[in-house]
Design a protein around this ligand. Structure first.
Ligand code: PHE
Length: 339
């Protein structure tokens, strides 16, 4: 009898249950009227008198043990939401905090959108370039200072392998493989050997635009840029074109927009001039078209190029270009709502 009690006790202590219904089945199996433990009480009458005390005690112990075990199983299951560590495993998880877009990406995407509305697509080219695509095909004379070691990061000399100093190299790559009409934007990183300061960095981003077709005129360029400036800086924005020089455009100009901060009245951002310079532009030099096997008697085009950092700094009043590359979360967080 004692052996039997011991066996049932071992059986009970090994029990595990996964649902309240299972616990109920166990209760019925062991301690209901016909259960295994209750059955022992029925057998008790056959126990010899001299063992009755010991066996009776053992059966009572077993019954209490079984009751405790079943209550404990039930409690565990009913409060499964509060596990041992006090963590409610059934609660929905903490949402993962989403990062935000980098301010340069926000402005870049905005520029893409503005030009997409007038039919510009996007093309990209390599950051590691050769002399032809960065300088020669763009009509830079051999002795031009931009080729100088001062400005350009050379990887190899003769033949030159270098980091592109502007995205105009992508103009060449696209014109070499496509005949007009071409209407495309070229975004990308560019590299110049410049001292890093609040205003300039040796790595920055440009977006270049190119439109080549029959009868493209300077008036088209001007109107396209006016549309762009109004879309980016607001309806009241005005533009001004100042004559300038680039080897790959003729005529060339620099474009200013009326200062969006003071509305043109003069403030420290526009250095009290009312104007902010934001891009270089011009009509594609016929030599450039010819270098890419495009008939310069049939086709004309315009191009423009701008620094994304500069535009972003103006748009958000950012005073130091280095913020863009440090990725300090306190800086980046401020653009969460600008998505
Ligand atoms: N590539 C010029 C620069 O980096 C910008 C530019 C592009 C000017 C296209 C005219 C036309 O400064």
């Amino acid at each position: 009898m004692l052996e039997k009690i011991k066996a049932i006790r071992e059986e009970i202590s090994a029990i595990i249950a996964f649902s309240v219904e299972e616990v109920e089945d166990l209760r019925i199996k062991y301690i209901s009227k016909k259960g295994k433990v209750s059955q022992l009480f029925a057998d008790f009458k056959n126990v010899p008198v001299d063992q009755k005390k010991e066996v009776g005690q053992a059966i009572n112990d077993l019954k209490n043990f079984a009751l405790d075990k079943i209550n404990q199983l039930r409690e565990n299951l009913e409060s499964k939401t509060e596990s041992d560590t006090g963590i409610d495993l059934t609660r929905p998880g903490e949402p993962m905090k989403l990062g935000s877009r980098h301010p340069l990406s926000i402005v870049k995407n905005e520029i893409f959108d503005i030009f997409a509305r007038i039919g510009f697509i996007i093309s990209e080219g390599p950051e590691i370039e050769d002399d032809w695509h960065v300088f020669s095909a763009l009509n830079f004379p051999p002795e031009h200072p931009a080729r100088d070691m001062q400005d350009t990061f050379f990887i190899e000399k003769d033949p030159d392998v270098l980091l592109r100093t502007h995205t105009s190299s992508v103009q060449i790559r696209v014109m070499e493989r496509t005949q007009p009409p071409i209407r495309s934007l070229f975004p990308g990183r560019v590299f110049r050997n410049e001292a890093i300061s609040a205003r300039s960095h040796c790595i920055f981003h440009q977006i270049e635009g190119l439109y080549v077709d029959e009868n493209v005129s300077f008036a088209d360029l001007k109107q396209t840029l006016l549309y762009f400036a109004k879309e980016l800086f607001g309806e009241n924005t005005q533009i001004r074109l100042r004559p300038s020089f680039f080897p790959f455009t003729e005529p060339s100009a620099e474009m200013d927009v009326s200062c969006s901060i003071c509305g043109g009245k003069g403030c420290n951002v526009c250095k009290y001039t009312g104007w902010l310079e934001i891009l270089g532009c011009g009509m594609v030099d016929p030599n450039v078209l010819e270098a890419c096997n495009i008939d310069s008697r049939k086709y004309t085009g315009f191009a423009f190029g701008m620094g994304i950092e500069r535009i972003t700094m103006l748009k958000y009043g950012i005073k130091d270009i280095r913020h863009f590359f440090e990725n300090d979360v306190r800086f980046l967080k401020q653009f969460e709502s600008a998505l």
